[in-house]
Design a protein around this ligand. Structure first.
Ligand SMILES: [Zn+2]
Length: 245
């Protein structure tokens, strides 16, 4: 199946936290979307691989994804190596996405940094026809990085106001990862994202990026290359007036 947009995450829930509003919007606009996680989340402090797979499936249904796959790289120890690049090349060639979403490379969790580099390099390598995977070569037009933990100056921000409810619903599909009032707030079973204020922080961040473009909720993206605009007059219409600080 050919996809328009394929989003990669190191773990189930990375994509939902980072860019699921944009994915829901693109799906509603008629594009085919998919998510591939590199690991099965078996090292997660809470839940286990089976629970996380079920949550991943539920989130995928909420986002109406065309495909939703988990690879089997070792959680916590994702490496940038040839074997792993070949696994990603296989996915890229299988789904031939025009656009790929990847985690931003400045990270806290080492898997996210490795995933960022693996995705970028695999997108390039997937276009080299002499790398034989038994599939046609395919190189996506653009890799776009979504917010993971550390801020970046966005290349652009997508208005996700009408899709923010779907984003939150897809995040809450990961019941095992989020706050459970029956568990102690601090201790060995708690993580950064299981704290009671975590979802508030996500919502605040989405509002912050929305403010930058004059809408209620936004998701930031970074591209490494300059963005071409053919007609700056047509592109920057009256709505940009609202975004002047
Ligand atoms: Zn993660």
């Amino acid at each position: 199946m050919k996809l328009d947009v394929l989003a990669f995450g190191a773990h189930a829930d990375d994509v939902e936290l980072g860019c699921s509003g944009t994915i829901a919007k693109l799906q509603a606009l008629g594009y085919k979307t998919g998510v591939v996680t590199l690991t099965q989340g078996e090292m997660g402090t809470r839940g286990n691989a089976e629970i996380r797979r079920q949550e991943f499936e539920t989130a995928g249904e909420i986002l109406k994804l065309s495909i939703h796959n988990m690879l089997d790289l070792p959680d916590g120890f994702v490496e940038v190596n040839k074997a792993n690049k070949l696994k990603l090349i296989h996915e890229i060639r299988e789904y031939q996405p025009s656009i790929v979403f990847a985690p931003y490379w400045v990270v806290r969790h080492p898997d996210h940094g490795a995933a960022s580099r693996l995705v970028r390099e695999a997108c390039f390598l997937a276009g080299l026809k002499k790398i034989d995977t038994g599939q046609d070569a395919h190189r996506p037009y653009k890799v776009m990085y979504y917010h993971s933990r550390f801020e970046f100056k966005p290349s652009f921000i997508v208005d996700i106001t009408d899709y923010h409810k779907i984003k939150i619903k897809s995040i809450l599909a990961y019941k095992s990862q989020f706050h459970n009032p029956d568990m102690a707030q601090y201790g060995p079973d708690q993580t950064l994202i299981s704290r009671p204020d975590f979802l508030d922080r996500i919502i605040t961040r989405d509002k912050q990026y929305g403010t930058y473009i004059g809408v209620k909720y936004g998701e930031p993206f970074l591209v490494r290359e300059a963005i071409k605009i053919d007609d700056p007059v047509a592109h920057f219409g009256p709505e940009y007036l609202e975004t002047i600080p």
